[in-house]
Design a protein around this ligand. Structure first.
Ligand SMILES: [Zn+2]
Length: 311
């Protein structure tokens, strides 16, 4: 699945909303604490557990998931959570965010920022919103969800500040790890933001280990996500996931965890010119992350005997 791009209008409106929140918080230093954000926005946070029906006995009349009304007739909120496998919710009348307590803490931070975003984007209506693993993925193409995911990224990475630091930082896996640590976010979400906010052709992939394909591996769609910067999308639209996998396979080691190697990779741009990228892969033990950053056009060396024939 490939990342979605917002319209420039929605992007600029959301950037302004996030900038105002950070300003109202007194421009704090990373990592962003979410409790002061909720206090500022007068939001409440609660948890539910899929094994505990007691806490969610209220009736739901309307509930939207991925922009669609999913409740046909009134049902118990807890039943809705179970039937639609909801991992997070925003209840606008109570100004409450609800999170599934069984979700790992590192993911809860992203989920909470996503729900905070629904609460501050004015055109997200005042309706109850439910989120699944799919809508909470930054690759979700449903507009309302990709807006909430973009806003969550802007919030957790301090909007323009991250883009400025990105220009000065090392665009490699160790640079991503350092930024992830200082912002208190996951390496995966940092890779995502780094690729999307790059001012160069940059591509990233997230997926299984290329040397140890699992039973659900699909050769024609080998990654969970392929993330492209705007320039990569504009100039390398013909580069497929299959091409990226074959590039990674040229250098990827059989280590199960940690650095998996790096190499120069030549990709053909949409004008047919060969371009050199620096590729690097890393396994966090669950997934393999790859970053490919454009370096230069490939210099074609013409052998002396050929040039004599030609000229
Ligand atoms: Zn959502």
């Amino acid at each position: 699945m490939r990342n979605a791009f917002l319209s420039p209008r929605a992007k600029s409106d959301i950037d302004k909303i996030v900038q105002k929140i950070l300003r109202d918080l007194g421009n704090p230093e990373p990592p962003l604490q979410l409790e002061p954000v909720r206090d500022l926005l007068m939001l409440d946070k609660g948890y539910y557990s899929p094994d505990d029906p007691g806490v969610m006995g209220e009736l739901v009349h309307r509930l939207k998931v991925a922009g669609k009304q999913i409740v046909k007739r009134p049902m118990l909120l807890f039943d809705a959570i179970k039937s639609f496998n909801l991992k997070a919710l925003f209840l606008p009348d109570k100004r409450r965010i609800m999170l599934d307590s069984t979700v790992p803490t590192v993911k809860q931070r992203w989920y909470e920022a996503h729900e905070i975003s629904h609460s501050v984007i004015p055109w997200h209506d005042a309706v109850m919103l439910g989120d699944t693993v799919q809508t909470l993925s930054p690759a979700c193409h449903e507009q309302i969800e990709s807006e909430a995911n973009y806003a969550a990224g802007q919030l957790l990475f301090f909007g323009a500040r991250f883009s400025e630091e990105l220009l000065a930082s090392n665009r490699n896996i160790s640079g991503i790890k350092a930024v992830a640590k200082s912002y208190g976010n996951t390496i995966t979400s940092t890779l995502w933001r780094m690729v999307e906010s790059s001012d160069l052709p940059v591509v990233g992939t997230i997926g299984g280990h290329p040397r140890f394909p699992t039973s659900d591996f699909i050769p024609s769609d080998p990654f969970r996500y392929m993330i492209r910067s705007r320039l990569f999308e504009a100039q390398f639209g013909n580069v497929t996931e299959i091409r990226l996998l074959s590039a990674i396979e040229t250098y990827c080691s059989y280590r199960k965890r940690g650095p998996l190697g790096s190499s120069e990779v030549v990709l053909t741009d949409d004008n047919g010119a060969q371009q050199v990228f620096e590729f690097e892969s890393f396994s966090n033990g669950y997934e393999t992350l790859t970053l490919g950053v454009h370096k230069s056009a490939r210099r074609v060396v013409v052998p002396a005997n050929v040039s004599r024939v030609m000229f």
